[in-house]
Design a protein around this ligand. Structure first.
Ligand code: NDP
Length: 336
């Protein structure tokens, strides 16, 4: 069994020697436990802050421990009547090839795979990021027909689902993404009304032109310059679901980062805004998974994926994702 472990905490961008691929024995299962083989590993931006020593909304990853992460895995040995050999699950396995865990551990979900819904989407638009986009937009953004919704990191799995959900609510949806290729995809494939390329050098003007009636909901994924460009365009009564701010995740000193909260609190009036966690709606896991997988199966929910092959390529793919080298959901394919 190979695992990617945290050898030392990265200072800024991840460097060689911070995350290391190592052999780790697979623990034999006790009563009530199962052994699972990881097929697909999800790479998500939140993993970077968890490599730091600061306590955020979750504990930091311990030194010498595998990097945290969710995967699609197949049960290969079972000492529990809850899961049997051959069952497919999503679970927080960490970055490794095999894992042993109690069958009733929290956040272990059996996959009831729908026809025409690829397995790996249960880590992407049909999984945690998809539920994040759906819940954040629906329950924190509270979209109304005709409103203008801006979604940053629009081509990624969270933004993809947030924006397409806003379209189904009858909103005008404007994406923000890096580069013309991603922007074309966001408009032509995802069906957003417009998409602003924040790297093109005209962010304020381009965003203003794309939002002639101002902004009613800003779905925040990135922070930084995008938030500063959004702020003056927010209408009275605007809502800002703060999902994350990936532009700051490699910062060496988080305390000196200008966060979306700083930008929004300086406005008069201060728009309604709050940070949310997808786990707030954990009780709706099945209900929302059903909504998303039905839309995928019907061809209504579009998405894109970038796949790295093998655990040995996970670190490079992860570093790339924090700079936008991924196009859509970043996955690592480990086994069939
Ligand atoms: P993505 O696949 O969208 O990957 C991150 C993207 O961020 C990159 O592709 C890149 O896209 C963009 N980006 C990187 N750096 C910058 C920058 N400096 N300025 C602007 N954009 C940048 O990730 P996800 O869809 O998985 O996640 C999106 C957000 O949702 C993250 O902030 C994540 O932490 C958050 N999240 C929050 C959850 C919660 O419960 N609150 C749960 C899951 C995710 P581009 O090329 O377009 O710049």
């Amino acid at each position: 069994n190979r695992a990617v472990v945290l050898k030392q905490r990265p200072q800024g961008e991840i460097q060689d020697g911070d995350l290391v691929l190592e052999q780790r024995p697979v623990r034999a299962p006790n009563n009530g436990e199962v052994v699972a083989q990881i097929l697909w590993l999800s790479l998500d931006p939140y993993m970077r802050p968890r490599m730091n020593d600061a306590k955020g909304y979750m504990d930091p990853i311990g030194i010498d421990e595998p990097i945290v992460g969710e995967s699609v895995a197949r049960i290969v040995e079972s000492r529990s009547d809850k899961l049997k050999e051959g069952d497919l699950v999503t679970c927080y396995s960490g970055w490794q090839e095999y894992v042993t865990f109690p069958a009733d551990a929290p956040m272990v979900y059996k996959i009831h795979q729908k026809e025409n819904v690829p397995l790996q989407t249960y880590l992407g638009v049909a999984g945690m990021p998809g539920r994040t986009g759906y819940c954040g937009l629906t329950y924190v953004g509270k979209p109304q027909k005709g409103e203008t919704v801006v979604v940053s990191a629009a081509s990624g799995p969270v933004g993809t689902v947030a924006g397409q959900t806003a379209k189904t609510e009858g909103c005008r949806v404007v994406g923000v993404a890096g580069g013309p290729e991603k922007c074309n995809f966001v408009i032509n494939e995802l069906g957003f009304d417009a998409c602003v390329d924040y790297k093109a050098g005209n962010l304020e003007e381009d965003l203003k032109a794309a939002c002639p009636n101002g902004i009613d909901i800003y779905f925040e994924n990135v922070g930084g310059a995008v938030t500063r460009a959004v702020a003056p365009l927010l209408n009275d009564g605007a809502r800002v679901p703060i999902c994350g701010y990936v532009s700051a995740y490699n910062a060496t000193d988080m305390a000196s980062v200008e966060t979306p909260f700083d930008v929004l609190k300086a406005l008069d009036p201060v728009p309604e805004h709050r940070f949310f966690l997808v786990t707030e709606w954990q009780d709706k896991h099945q209900e929302i998974t059903d909504i998303l997988t039905s839309r995928i199966a019907a061809g209504e929910l579009k998405y894109r994926e970038t796949v790295a092959e093998g655990l040995e390529n996970a670190v490079d793919a992860f570093k790339g994702m924090l700079k936008g080298r991924n196009f859509g959901k970043q996955l690592v394919h480990i086994a069939d």
